[in-house]
Design a protein around this ligand. Structure first.
Ligand SMILES: Nc1ncnc2c1ncn2[C@@H]1O[C@H](COP(=O)(O)OP(=O)(O)O)[C@@H](O)[C@H]1O
Ligand SMILES: Nc1ccn([C@@H]2O[C@H](COP(=O)(O)OP(=O)(O)O)[C@@H](O)[C@H]2O)c(=O)n1
Length: 420
């Protein structure tokens, strides 16, 4: 464990650290010699008696890392004195894929440091956490970083100290570096691998794997058109998909499929790596059902891979739309082993009208759906991610007219594209 952390962090001075304070990221790096640069903004805001720490979570086992990252936050919030402020942070090699390590930035303004230091030293010894402490130099301008390492029985600060300096905003938002096969999965095998590895800690994972199609079945090409309806919650997907089923005499399916319902709440509690693998597998199960139904009738699908990928991408990245991976990025490419629909329609709706429909419907929502209401940047990121996905890309339809007008509009699209 300690070896892994050391090898990942060995290039300390090439790494950039990002601390998220009040929704804005601050970047800093470290260097061995003091070259007269002033402290980065995240430190300039602090008093000289404030103590700061970075905690980076990393182990060889990525399932363990993902789960422990969430557990660590709960533990810190529970055990730290109330004067401590906790913010998400990360460390990465700029523009290097899979180099991101996530953690927390801790600001301690409490009177005595002993509680915090005891807690952190305990973490360093027993958990996959690497701790650095930061202090202000005597000149009152510079901050230095000390990496904690554990000796025989107690945690020591290593002799080497590094100076903290500002760093430029990287070209790629750090959260995009580890997105492929951690937030978004591009093959059945990659998603299966995550659930297989969870089998001993989440027994439900094995039940999900048992429902998976064999590869040959998943590749069955349907004879009839397959039309996917996408959109945020309450944009009218259920209303439209049911009308389409009646009008076209089609089969109606959804992703995640009905057979996964007993386990959905269980996987919704898990960290993104596991939760997204679960939803990814749901698409492959739905694809198999599409293959079966599509031999007999046209198939309408309520949410599919666009939803899985768009929510995953928009959650992994924070801040404005410009933090998303750029248009044309491989992140938006359809998985090569997943059935491609004939048409994907994205229902779009003015946020106020969507809220009105949500209120009228008055049902429970997933945490992510509640987030859509509270966080308008998140909503914008989901919508933009939907639009950037390609192979097939979605066709946007304004869902604000009456249900019948929306139906007619979508029927026109289907007839134009699918010769129905
Ligand atoms: N075109 C429409 N105009 C007005 N209200 C609509 C329209 N389509 C759906 N609704 C209403 O809005 C609410 C959300 O629609 P629903 O089909 O459940 O959305 P979704 O499945 O996308 O969450 C429902 O109460 C529904 O009756
Ligand atoms: N194919 C799908 C469908 C949903 N989801 C996830 O499920 C949530 C929305 O599903 P939902 O069932 O509440 O949405 P509605 O269809 O009820 O509007 C989103 O937060 C997505 O993260 C997914 O990842 N992939």
């Amino acid at each position: 464990m300690a070896g892994r952390i050391k090898s990942l962090l060995h290039r300390w001075s090439s790494r950039v650290f990002s601390v998220e304070l009040d929704g804005a990221p601050f970047y800093f790096a470290i260097q061995e010699r003091h070259r007269g640069e002033e402290a980065p903004r995240v430190f300039r805001k602090l008093q000289s008696h404030d103590r700061c720490y970075t905690l980076l979570v990393c182990s060889r086992d990525r399932i363990k890392t993902a789960r422990f990252y969430g557990e660590l936050k709960d533990k810190l919030l529970r055990e730290l004195p109330p004067e401590c402020g906790l913010s998400p942070m990360s460390s990465f090699l700029p523009n290097v894929r899979d180099s991101l390590i996530k953690g927390y930035f801790l600001k301690d303004t409490s009177e005595g440091s002993s509680t915090v230091e005891r807690l952190l030293s305990d973490l360093t010894q027993h958990e996959p956490v690497s701790v650095c402490s930061y202090c202000k130099n005597d000149d009152g301008q510079q901050w230095t970083q000390h990496l904690w390492s554990h000796g025989e029985s107690q945690v020591m600060e290593t002799a080497k100290k590094y100076y903290v300096v500002p760093s430029e905003t990287p070209e790629y938002h750090p959260s995009t570096l580890n997105m492929i096969n951690s937030d978004v999965f591009y093959s059945l095998d990659e998603a299966c691998e995550v659930l297989k590895k969870c089998g001993d800690i989440i027994p439900e994972a094995m039940s999900v794997l048992e429902l998976l199609p064999s590869r040959a079945e998943a590749r069955n090409k349907p004879d009839f058109p397959v039309i996917v309806i996408e959109g945020l919650d309450a944009t009218g997907k259920t209303t439209l998909t049911e009308s389409l089923r009646e009008t076209l005499g089609a089969s109606l399916l959804r992703s995640p499929p009905q057979c996964l319902s007993p386990w959905r709440a269980r996987f919704d509690q898990e960290p993104p790596l596991i939760r997204r693998a679960f939803y990814a597998l749901g698409n492959y199960i739905t694809a198999e059902q599409i293959g079966q139904e599509g031999k007999k009738t046209p198939v309408i699908v309520d949410r599919f891979w666009h939803s899985t990928a768009a929510y995953a991408i928009a959650t992994a990245v924070s801040g404005p739309v410009c933090n998303l991976p750029g248009e044309g990025s491989e992140v938006y490419c359809w998985p090569s082993d997943l059935l491609q629909p004939s048409l994907v329609v994205l229902l779009t709706l003015d946020p106020e009208e969507r809220k009105r429909r949500l209120r009228n419907r008055g049902q429970g929502k997933t945490n992510e759906e509640q987030e859509l209401d509270h966080n308008q940047l998140f909503r914008l990121r989901v919508e933009e991610a939907y639009r950037r996905i390609s192979g097939p890309a979605c066709v946007s339809v304004d869902a604000s007219p009456s249900a019948d007008e929306v139906l007619q509009q979508v029927l026109l699209l289907i007839r134009g594209k699918c010769h129905l």
